[in-house]
Design a protein. Sequence first.
Length: 307
Amino acid sequence: MTAKTLRSTKVRRTAIAVGVAAALTGVLAGCGHSGAPTAAHPAASTPAKAVTGAASTLHMITNQGHRLAFQVTPGHQPAIVLDAGGGLDSSYWKDIVPVLAKNTGSEIITYDREGMGASDAVPGPWKVQNAVSDLEAGLTALGATHHVILVAHSEAGEIATYLTRQHPGQFAGAVLVDATLPQFSTDTEIARVAAAGQAQVDAVKGHPATKADRQLLAVAADYVADQRAYHRIAWPASVPATVIVSEETPFPTSPSDAEAWRTAQGEFAEAAPNRRLVTAAHSSHDIPVDRPDIVEAQIEAMVNTAG
């Protein structure tokens, strides 16, 4: 299998998972998160240079009975939190973290969502409210409770939307990198994405050998209901956001879906005066890999705006 084929496979998987996780938290976004975190605390910290390429520290934080791996590169406020897309872990940001650390001097936090990287797997369908609880617990344990810059790629846009709705005062701004946004999850697009992904889901069911495959199945379990709920919520008006949309979108072989994706990104950006839209030319859905310069520049601009 060639490198191009491998990347195409990853993009297709992300495209399916991109919308799925986004919906469930929408139900709970206006009324707080589903249950308080249990025993959230950092365990003994150990150096973890492999993930960031810089002097970082691993914190294993327990929430609702499972452990989550958070990587912290020390620095000043505002803290920058990087959340990767579906089927990806903290290593996705390994080339960007050292650049941000050098250029901003900010504390940088990355983490592995449940079932990915060094974090424990949780059985059953993927629930966005649980993912929100996990990130909320980690940031609380690490003291990143105000003036945070949140960076969300792909599926992580759903988590970011629900988390900022619950705690708008915690975030000074966000950079949404080809992120799942509520505007995309119309009935038409939900049906199209679900239908397009069914063959892949059926194929994976027989042998969910990888962490990404297991997450795909977990996300697909409640996809339609989740996305319908997500479509009904909105990003908090008080939190500034920069939206970076890829040239190819997650749907490079489907012009109609790609146009719907671009339209949703534009509608989101136009919905409030403290938002802006940036197009990443010559980029697939994996903008942090294809055009890290754009991602880094927009994060640094948000940090400067936040002061």
